[in-house]
Design a protein around this ligand. Structure first.
Ligand code: ZN
Length: 243
């Protein structure tokens, strides 16, 4: 139940019209109103947290006509060769029509993110971009777990989402680790210290304790890492001692 004066999720989003450069058709996508939602901070795996809305559900733009999907940062920035690869490998088989809804559910957000993974795969994107999509999926499942718990969902369902979250974190970990060794920053739009932080935090979630400690220690003595990031690193390293 919404209280008086309390904002609804629909107050934070709007329909944006976009022209798809893969199929040439126009479509509407839901976007978060920047400046309207209050940013609270990020959690231990850098999921952005906002008051009143889980913006992670709206991270992916997907053309409902041809299935071309990507994050806001990458949508519309593919080369003609890559666009043709989407036409050949995705659009020809794409049939999933989405119903009109006021907001995106977590289930729908998962589907959109998986379509972005498909675009990433057929266009031969960087490892870091695939890893980032895996991280986004983990963020979405985190939100879904929270929602399921608040709605009193069955434990089996919550456990299933937790299993998916962990699996995508493991994929993200492998991808970011490889990207850190083979790509030059910015890596998926992030600097090297942020990637190292993610490897520390995600590493702990995946049980890679020794590796996580090494990444974390390197960050703590880094001259370029911010105090804020170092504090966050200390916080996640603390969780190892407790376990
Ligand atoms: Zn399209």
């Amino acid at each position: 139940m919404e209280g008086i004066g309390q904002k609804k999720e629909t107050d934070y989003i709007f329909d944006k019209t976009i022209k798809c450069d893969v199929c040439g058709k126009e479509f509407k996508t839901k976007q978060v109103r920047t400046g309207k939602a209050r940013f609270i901070g990020t959690d231990d795996i850098l999921k952005p947290l906002y008051e009143g809305i889980d913006t992670c559900k709206y991270d992916i733009i997907m053309c409902p006509h041809c299935g071309y999907a990507a994050s806001l940062r990458l949508f519309g920035h593919h080369t003609e060769k890559q666009r043709q690869a989407v036409r050949d490998n995705v659009s020809s088989r794409f049939t999933a029509k989405e119903p009109e809804t006021e907001t995106y559910s977590y289930e729908r957000a998962v589907k959109r993110c998986k379509m972005a993974m498909l675009t990433e795969m057929v266009t031969g994107g960087k490892i870091s971009e695939s890893a980032y999509l895996c991280l986004k999926l983990a963020w979405i499942y985190r939100g879904e777990i929270q929602e399921a718990k608040a709605n009193g969902a069955a434990q089996e369902r919550i456990s299933m989402y937790e299993k998916y979250e962990k699996e995508y974190l493991e994929d993200a970990y492998r991808g970011f680790k490889q990207a850190r060794e083979t790509e030059y920053p910015p890596i998926a739009g992030m600097d090297e210290n942020t990637i190292t932080y993610l490897l520390t935090s995600i590493g702990i979630h995946c049980g890679k304790i020794d590796e996580a400690r090494r990444y974390g220690s390197a960050l703590l003595i880094s001259r370029t890492a911010s105090m804020k990031l170092k504090n966050k690193t200390r916080d996640v390293l603390e969780t190892i001692k407790k376990n």
